[in-house]
Design a binder for this molecule. Structure first.
Ligand code: ADE
Ligand code: ZN
Length: 333
């Protein structure tokens, strides 16, 4: 039995594998700067978040049609089923597609069709979260958000992603207030490369229910205490942090420290096609390099379920599956 988990920090566009990028480029007649798979693979060496985002935004240009979005969503779910994912809250970047002239309805329709087929085939339940770019003006986010609401697009929540340094959450206060007023769930990337102050702003000004990454909270003791007290979820992405050099090596990753300090952390794959693996690879890496016990792994899985936007019945049923896994591993709870 695979450890059942909820994947809460996963960018759809970050699941585009190199082979799929070249196939879709050919199919959709898109010219990419890399003449071969070998050249493309040579680009996957990152020095920081921006160096990765430059490649990520170039490659996602191969996505053009509703069928493309459907296909890559289903491919992600097939791979994640094998990794033990039972529920997913999937991010996508609406601005990345709208600025290329692709209708929001095509993007969301294709993703939703993929999510529906994935639930039928693999039993993976889902939510969909539109992430706004912090490097773009808040007016652009607001305009898209108003359209999503006015046209009744099927989106469960909003997030905030892209280049972090220099783009504090305060810039998006009105956008998040509008989303909350319209009953949407709200999350934000903060404390990946940015300082603890950005986490505090995301909590106080955006009133988010989860912090994506959040690892730099450890630099501020009072903030750690607050996050523990509020049981604020932090969706940590170990392989991503190593590949984007926010931590030096997996052995230096603060995940275990975060668990030991009582933070509500869970682990996720972020952009698995870029960072060396899906959720199972993230679990394997932290087990191997940080020596996480079976009960610590179960805690990470239970935290992911508790931190999801599932209803209480959905959470209880998945949590019971984690207990079954623990029993099968021969451990006490
Ligand atoms: N977009 C895709 N992956 C991201 C990450 N790790 N941080 C910020 N924006 C992203
Ligand atoms: Zn992310």
């Amino acid at each position: 039995m695979k450890l059942p988990v909820a994947e809460l920090h996963i960018h759809l566009e970050g699941t585009l594998e190199p082979e799929a990028i070249l196939r879709l480029a050919e199919q959709n007649d898109i010219k990419l700067p890399w003449p071969s798979l070998e050249h493309l693979r040579e680009q996957y060496e990152f020095s920081n978040l921006q160096s990765f985002l430059d490649l990520f935004y170039t490659n996602l240009a191969v996505l053009r049609t509703r069928a493309d979005f459907h296909e890559i969503t289903l491919a992600y779910l097939r791979r994640s089923d094998a990794a033990g994912v039972r529920h997913v809250e999937l991010f996508f970047d609406p601005q990345a597609h709208q600025e290329r002239g692709i209708e929001l309805g095509e993007v969301i329709g294709g993703i939703r069709a993929g999510l529906k087929e994935g639930e039928e085939r693999f039993g993976i339940t889902h939510k969909l979260i539109a992430c706004f770019w912090r490097h773009a003006p808040a007016e652009s986010a607001m305009e898209i958000l108003r359209t999503l609401v006015a046209e009744g697009h099927d989106v469960d929540g909003i997030g905030l992603d892209s280049s972090e340094l220099g783009y504090p959450p305060i810039l998006f206060q009105d956008v998040f207030a509008y989303a909350r007023a319209n009953g949407m769930h709200v999350v934000a990337h903060a404390g990946e490369e940015g300082p603890p102050e950005y986490i505090i702003q995301a909590l106080d000004l955006l009133k988010v229910k989860r912090i994506d990454h959040g690892i730099r909270c450890l630099e501020d003791d009072a903030l750690v205490q607050r996050l523990v007290k509020e049981r604020m979820p932090l969706t940590v992405c170990p392989l991503s942090n190593v590949r984007l050099r926010t931590v030096n090596t997996m052995a230096d990753h603060p995940l275990k420290t975060m668990l030991d300090r009582g933070l509500n952390v869970s682990i996720h794959s972020d952009d698995p096609a870029y960072f060396g693996g899906y959720l199972d690879a993230n679990f394997e890496a932290v087990k191997r390099e940080l020596g996480l016990s079976t009960s610590e792994q179960a805690t990470l899985a239970k935290n992911s379920i508790e931190s999801s936007f599932l209803d209480e019945a959905g959470k209880s049923s998945l949590t019971a599956q984690v207990d079954e896994w623990l029993a099968a591993e021969g451990q006490d709870r």
